[in-house]
Each structure stands twice: as C-alpha cells, then as structure tokens.
Design a protein. Sequence first.
Length: 155
Amino acid sequence: MSRLRISTLVLCAALTLAAFAEAAVAQEMAVVAKRVIYPGETVDAGALTEVKLRRSNRILTSIAQYTDQVTGKVAKRTLLPGKLIPINALRDAYMVEAGAPVAVSYVHGGLQISTIGIPLQPGAIGDMVKVRNADSGAVFTGIVMADGSIRVGAI
C-alpha cells in the first residue's frame, strides 16, 4: 500500500472513532424516577433525576434522556424509582375530558357556527375525538385545539 492510502485509512479511522466517542458521550444520560409515579399522574421535575448510563450500547431513542421530555406528561403505567423511563410509557395531558362540556366550532370562510358539545372520549391537543351535540344529540368528530375547544370541519 502506498503511504497516501495508509494515511488516508488512518485518518478515516480516527475520524470515525472520534465521531463514535462524541456520540457516546452525548448520549450517556437518561431520566429515572425518584419515587413511584402512578398511572394517570402528571410527572413533575421534582420526581425525576438524570443519571449516567452504565452501558452506552442501549438504544436510546426509546427512553427519556432529558427531564424536559418527561415533565408535564402523564404516566400511562407505573414508573418505578431508579428505572429508565420509556417514552411510550407517557402521554400528553388531556385538554378535554370525556363528559365535560366544551365549545365546538365550525369555521369555513366567513361562516362560523358555535355550539356546546360533550366529548365522548378524552383528547390531547391535535387528537381527533368524537363529540355529541348537547342540543341535537348528533355525534360527530372534531380536533382538539390548544384553547380546549373542538374544531369541526375544514381546519
């Protein structure tokens, strides 16, 4: 092999090793619970702590790495102290609850129709939920908006 080829291979190997080492250092942290967090409980920052992973060969996309990823979410299942928190064990907090009256609106061009509806299922922002019209009893679907209302029809 020529000197140029050898030096190129060594340089490529060094750069690859440096990239892996940097990625491993950047991904060593994970979030664990300090206490038992029960299903349906909103997770607050005081119940969490960040720890260094002992083994860095884990697939880190499925576990919470930063406190910000978990804070304000709701636990779907029991989270035990000292255990890694899977992302799929959390959900966004519901903006509308089943059975609680909400404002429902239909907006299309200059036309705006508003009424009161009863959600038949809970939903977070952006979720599509079934709603019953409080006056007529008709059931339809709508999307939960950030203000807690439900938008029906063209968005």
